[in-house]
Design a protein around this ligand. Sequence first.
Ligand code: HAM
Length: 433
Amino acid sequence: MTATEPQATRARRPEPFAAPKGVPEYYPAESAGFVHVRDTLAGAAARAGYGHIELPVFEDTGLYARGVGESTDVVSKEMYTFADRGDRSVTLRPEGTAGVVRAVIEHNLDKQGLPVKLRYAGPFFRYERPQAGRYRQLQQVGVEAIGVDDPALDAEVIAIADEGFRALGLTGYRLEITSLGDADCRPAYRERLQAFLAGLDLDEATRARAAINPLRVLDDKRPEVRAAMADAPLLMDHLSDASAEHHARVLGHLDDLGVAWTANPRMVRGLDYYTKTTFEFVHDGLGAQSGIGGGGRYDGLMATLGGPELSGVGFGIGVDRTLLACRAEGVQPWSDARVEVFGVALGDTAQRRLVTVAAALRARGVRVDLSYGGRGLKGAMKSADRSGARFALVLGERDLGNGTVGLKDLASGEQQDVPLDAVTDAVVTALAG
Ligand code: HAM
């Protein structure tokens, strides 16, 4: 439809659609930051030998019910679960660990040497109440190391996350760490905590929560509950010898690696599979949704999901929140520029020539865009500026006759003529300068 069509024939435009609530979208220029954050975090994992795994985005609902825990908020309240056309109950993945463990068991990946080291990146889905930093489609980069119960591996996983954050230039975060013990000390501690809770004057809802998972009450944010819990027994004080030694060795490795940590014996994670080492990276510039990453050991999960008795440790880092953290700190180690060079052709013959110049430059690895649609010099130069390019290549009929092309530095405004038949070398040299 054009503006010149008569009023009577103009059809009413349908209402445009909006993206689902609570789902962030990343488009240029911001998407450059998203891609940089994701790839930096994944790169730190790749350098430590974690191979990429591409997981299904939906799985059998039972995988999460059994793997993550039916009493967790994630499983009981936040899953996107539906029956597919074959009447199977499937769920959009709320997290990655259960899927990785399922894949390791299904494909016998543990038979090819241990630990199995895997990394993943992509969207996860939780039906949470959307707010700043809390989304219904969230993006994570994660790693899982399965099959070796070595404190040095816990420290490696934590150090990878730390290295990723540091590579982005972040400084305003801290690592909180604790131990959730093992099968030898958790049951006795649970009873101890339940006995303590029985002596408190708690409301019905909290009491019901305590019956399912008493550890959750340690994390209650209400001042009156916090006060009542001040003297609650802490698992860190009741660890088995093996768990205590494991924890001490993890902390020792972190010290060796120069990774600063803070003990948080009241940490409670939202997923039920954790044992021993449990940690969170917390950023102070993000308000309520301050967790930029978290993880830990899950030594029973392989067996729970029907696999061999193998341990595991890993993390999930929130890419969305890490990008917010970069913004909060004002760090931007990436460029918003779409391209390095923008070609401006004046006239058809010039355009034919510049199209081939662009192709030759792209073949050399230079990012190049062109003005299209026969725009005039002014409009085309505006596009060049918007693209973020360092240089414009300006080619008019007169330049063609001279066998030259104008190479304009868009920051300084300086322009020089370079020979058309040597333009690729000239541009590559200018970009290196
Ligand atoms: P999680 O703590 O549930 O752990 O999620 C990891 C990270 O994902 C969080 O620290 C946060 O940055 C981000 N995140 C979670 N929910 C949201 C949301 N609604 N909006 C934005 N970001 C969010 C796990 O998922 C475990 N699978 C991590 C793990 C791997 N543990 C062992 N291996």
